[in-house]
Write a protein that binds this ligand. Structure first.
Ligand SMILES: Cc1cc2nc3c(=O)[nH]c(=O)nc-3n(C[C@H](O)[C@H](O)[C@H](O)COP(=O)(O)OP(=O)(O)OC[C@H]3O[C@@H](n4cnc5c(N)ncnc54)[C@H](O)[C@@H]3O)c2cc1C
Length: 451
C-alpha cells in the first residue's frame, strides 16, 4: 500500500510531526496496515478535527480511515445505521435527514468521522439530555493489535476502553448507531443575553431541562461587572407544524443544503486576532444578539456548525496555530469556574470562540471527558506570550477542583496530572498492556501522557 511521509497536525495546527500516512481502502488493507506499522506503531485518523496531537504519530504510521466510507445498511423504521468508521457525520446527515433521522450527537463541526466520534466519545449541545456519542453506539467492529476483528458490544470493558480511548485500542472499522427521529431539518431556537457569569449559570441551571440543545457563547474579554457576559442559544428540532404552509421549508421540510463560503488564504496574515480586534468582535457579537427571542427557525448548519461554512477557518490564526483549551469541573465547583473565568478575562486572552455548557450524567467510557458539571472551551492563539505557563496553572486549578481537560483538544497537558483527572486511566493502561503488549497502537498524545 502506498504511504507518504508527511507533516501531520491536529486542527489547531500546533506541534506538527512527520509520519507515514497510509490510507486503506478495504478492511484487508487496514489489517495489512496494522501488521506493517513497524516499531513506532500506528494510530487511526479520521478527518483530523481533534485539535491536538491525538491523531498523529511522530516517526510511525498514521492510518487514515477516510477511504472506508460506506453506509452499509439503514433501518428506516427502527432508526439505526450500520456504516464504516470513515463515514463523516456530514455524509450521514445527507443520507439520513431525508429519511427523517438525525445523528444522535453532533459536535460543533459535522466534518468528523464516526471512528473519530467514538475515539473521542464526543459530546454535543445535547449532552445534558442525551449523553456522549458512544451512548448511541449499539456495537462496533474493532481491528485489534493481534490482527483480529472483534465485534464489541456495549457494557464490555473493550467497549468502555475504546469509547474515548483516542484510537489506542485499535481501528474501529464499522459501527451501528441508534438515530434520533426528526420531522424537519430546521431548529427552533431561543436566544437570550446574560449580563455576567452568574446570570448565565443561573439561566442554564434553571431552564436547560426544557431544551434538548443548550449552549452559551461567552465573552471572555469582558471585564468588571460584565465578566462572563454571554449569549445563550437553546432549542430543539422544529416540529412540522411550526413551518408555515406555502414556504420552501414546508414543501421540503427535510432538505439539507448547508452553504459554503470560500476558504481563507493558506497564508493568512499574522496578527489580525489582537485583543483589540477580538474585543471589538465580541462587543459586536454580544450587542447583535437579541435580549430575548423565542422560536426562531434556523438551519441545522447555522445552529450546530456555523464554522463549517468557512472551510479551513483554522488558518485565521496564522502559522502559529491555536490552542483550544476545554475543561470541565463538577457541580459544586462553581467557585473554581468563576476563578478560572476571572483569570482568563484578566489575562486578556484574545478569544472569540468560547462556549460554556452544562454536562449531564457521565458516560461509561473510561477516558470519556464529560462529567456532570460545567465545561468551558476556548480558542487562544498559540503564539500568545506566556501561554504555556498560564495554561499549566489553569490545569492545576482544574485538577484541584476534581475536573479534567479534554484529550481531543489537548496538545500540552503534563502527564503527572492525568491520573487525577481521569481516575480510570490505570484500568485503561492495564487493558492496553494485555491487548496490545507490543504497543502497536501509539500516538504523540499517548507517548506524551504515558497512556
Ligand atoms: C470546529 C470544531 C468543533 C468541535 N466541537 C466539538 C464538540 O462540540 N464536542 C466534541 O466532543 N468535540 C468537538 N470537536 C472535536 C472533534 O469532534 C473530535 O476531535 C473528533 O474526534 C474528531 O473526529 P475526526 O474524525 O476528525 O478524528 P481525528 O481528529 O482524526 O481523530 C480523533 C481521535 O479519534 C481516533 N480515531 C479516529 N478514527 C478512528 C477509528 N476509525 N478507530 C479508532 N479510533 C479512531 C484517533 O486516533 C484520535 O485519537 C470539535 C472540533 C472542531 C474542529
Amino acid at each position: 500500500m502506498p504511504a507518504d511521509t508527511v507533516s501531520v497536525t491536529g486542527w489547531g495546527r500546533t506541534a506538527p510531526t512527520n509520519a507515514r500516512v497510509i490510507r486503506p481502502r478495504t478492511y484487508e488493507e487496514a489489517a495489512a496496515a496494522v501488521r506493517g506499522c513497524g516499531t513506532r506503531g500506528g494510530i487511526p485518523r479520521g478527518l483530523g478535527r481533534a485539535y491536538g496531537d491525538a491523531a498523529q504519530n511522530a516517526g510511525g504510521a498514521v492510518i487514515d480511515m477516510t477511504a472506508l466510507d460506506r453506509v452499509h445498511a439503514i433501518d428506516a423504521d427502527g432508526g439505526t445505521v450500520l456504516c464504516d468508521a470513515g463515514v463523516s457525520l456530514h455524509c450521514l446527515m445527507q443520507v439520513l435527514l431525508p429519511l427523517g433521522w438525525f445523528v444522535p450527537v453532533t459536535p460543533g463541526t459535522r466534518h468528523v468521522t464516526v471512528g473519530g466520534a467514538i475515539g473521542a466519545d464526543i459530546h454535543g449541545k445535547n449532552h445534558h439530555v442525551s449523553g456522549a456519542f458512544s451512548r448511541h453506539v449499539l456495537s462496533f467492529e474493532l481491528l485489534t493489535a493481534d490482527g483480529e476483528i472483534r465485534t464489541v458490544s456495549r457494557g464490555t470493558p473493550l467497549f468502555d476502553a475504546t469509547a474515548g480511548g483516542m484510537g489506542l485500542t485499535g481501528l474501529i472499522l464499522t459501527a451501528t448507531l441508534q438515530l434520533l427521529p426528526v420531522e424537519t431539518s430546521l431548529m427552533s431556537v431561543d436566544t437570550e443575553r446574560a449580563a455576567d457569569l452568574d446570570d448565565v449559570m443561573d439561566r442554564l441551571t434553571a431552564t436547560d431541562h426544557r431544551y434538548r440543545y443548550s449552549v452559551a457563547w461567552i465573552d471572555l474579554l469582558a471585564r468588571g461587572a460584565a465578566t462572563g457576559r454571554a449569549v445563550l442559544t437553546r432549542g430543539d428540532h422544529a416540529p412540522l407544524d411550526t413551518l408555515r404552509a406555502g414556504t420552501r421549508a414546508y414543501r421540503d421540510p427535510l432538505a439539507f443544503r448547508p452553504a459554503r463560503l470560500p476558504s481563507p488564504p493558506a497564508l493568512f496574515p499574522e496578527g489580525l486576532l489582537t485583543r483589540r480586534s477580538v474585543g471589538l468582535f465580541n462587543e459586536f457579537w454580544y450587542r447583535k444578539a437579541p435580549r430575548a427571542r423565542a422560536g426562531e427557525l434556523q438551519s441545522i448548519s447555522a445552529f450546530f456548525h456555523p464554522l463549517d461554512g468557512v472551510p479551513h477557518w483554522n488558518r485565521v490564526y496564522g502559522r502559529g496555530g491555536f490552542v483550544q483549551y476545554q475543561f470541565v469541573v463538577g457541580h459544586g465547583q462553581e467557585e473554581a469556574l468563576r476563578r478560572i473565568v476571572e483569570r482568563i478575562s484578566q489575562r486578556r486572552c484574545p478569544s472569540f470562540l468560547a462556549v460554556l455548557k452544562r454536562f449531564g450524567d457521565a458516560d461509561p467510557g473510561w477516558l470519556s471527558f464529560p462529567v456532570p458539571g460545567w465545561t468551558l472551551a476556548l480558542d487562544i492563539p498559540a503564539r500568545l506570550p506566556g501561554l504555556g505557563a498560564f495554561l499549566d496553572e489553569l490545569d492545576e486549578e482544574v485538577a484541584a477542583a476534581g475536573g479534567r481537560v479534554y484529550l481531543a483538544k489537548d496538545s500540552r497537558l503534563r502527564p503527572e496530572l492525568l491520573a487525577a483527572m481521569y481516575p480510570r486511566v490505570a484500568d485503561f493502561r492495564a487493558l492496553r498492556a494485555e491487548a496490545d503488549p507490543r504497543g502497536v497502537f501509539t500516538s504523540d498524545l499517548s507517548r506524551r501522557l504515558g497512556l
